[in-house]
Design a protein around this ligand. Sequence first.
Ligand SMILES: [Zn+2]
Ligand SMILES: [Zn+2]
Length: 172
Amino acid sequence: MSYLPFVALTAAVALAMEFWARFLHGQVWHRHLWWAHASHHRTRTGFFEFNDVFAVLHAGVAVGLIAWGEAGQGWAALGGPRWWALAMGAGMTAFGAAYFVVHDGLAHGRLPVQFLARVRWLRRLRNAHRAHHRGGRQEDGPPFGLFLGPQELKKASRAARLQHRQARAAAA
Ligand SMILES: [Zn+2]
Ligand SMILES: [Zn+2]
């Protein structure tokens, strides 16, 4: 039996989660659900913040998918009829774990993982995310994603420069 479809779907879902998280963060958290997300943009007083509810909800979906996909079949479930649910749950879990380490751990110091900053790529992710936190306000801009944060930031500043130039040209 080939595990290739399983691995491919797991990776695709993990990647898709970056875009899903970017969408939710930019279009929902910083708009309608700002009252909940604001806790993440204030100084935390304990270990938890109300914003953690979002992570718990996603973890619940991932656990549900894995439990339903597996449903008593053990490892055989990887090639079973609901392998896709397992793969989706695995992709979500992989993304969630990586997000927790890089975002909550490295960028916000909630885990002792500062040694990861020695890796250039992770340092860039951390710095890009900190740019999102610069103002501590609802109007804070990109990057809303994490793993493609540096690319998102670059694109946003390019767009802002263009807009600035157009505004100057219009005023002249
Ligand atoms: Zn935010
Ligand atoms: Zn953050």
